[in-house]
Design a protein around this ligand. Sequence first.
Ligand code: ZN
Length: 80
Amino acid sequence: MASKDPFNFLNSPMVPPIPCVSCGNNMHCVHRSPVAEGERQQFKCATCSHEVERVVGSLPSDAAIQAEAEKLLGMKRPKH
Ligand SMILES: [Zn+2]
């Protein structure tokens, strides 16, 4: 049911709620701010007021995708 695809919600203006790690109810996004890595999202639980923050990647550029691919491959790309 819950997709782990980090790019799903980036295509939508609304950030869907996430389950509260403390009480299990929904945590709603109360604040979003752009950061170097993408977007910082602050969630607050309406039930227990627990707050969490997470940073999600922005829509990746080709260069970012390339860099990520190189990182995943252990930078094994041969140099010429
Ligand atoms: Zn909670």
